[in-house]
Design a protein around this ligand. Structure first.
Ligand code: SF4
Ligand code: SF4
Length: 93
């Protein structure tokens, strides 16, 4: 289940706009997820610019959640490697 780290959330509302279930509300400047409506697509987690939405790791993930989480990690790793490659090219100049 995705959960909001309230200490990181700045209430920008981006997660709320991408949620296909309308499960996220901004209350008092922070995002709250109605878990009963959540379908665990993790779009909110991908969208949050602050990294404030996380999937709790202590619970067993469903195959779908695991697939989505791996996909996100794969994308993030790719970005990191691309940045490292660019840095390496700059340093060689
Ligand atoms: S996108 Fe992130 S920072 Fe913005 S409201 Fe949602 S959880 Fe908070
Ligand atoms: S995981 Fe998907 S359905 Fe659940 S709150 Fe995030 S965007 Fe909405």
């Amino acid at each position: 289940m995705p959960e909001v780290d309230l200490s990181l959330c700045v209430g920008c509302g981006l997660c709320s706009r991408v949620c296909p279930q309308g499960a996220i509300s901004i209350i008092g400047g922070k995002a709250y997820i109605d878990q009963s409506r959540c379908i665990k697509c993790l779009e909110c987690m991908r969208t949050c610019p602050r990294g404030a939405i996380k999937v709790k790791t202590e619970k067993v993930l469903s195959l779908e959640e695991l697939k989505n989480t791996c996909q996100i990690l794969d994308e993030e790793l790719r970005e990191i490697f691309e940045k490292l490659d660019k840095l390496e090219v700059r340093q060689k100049r």
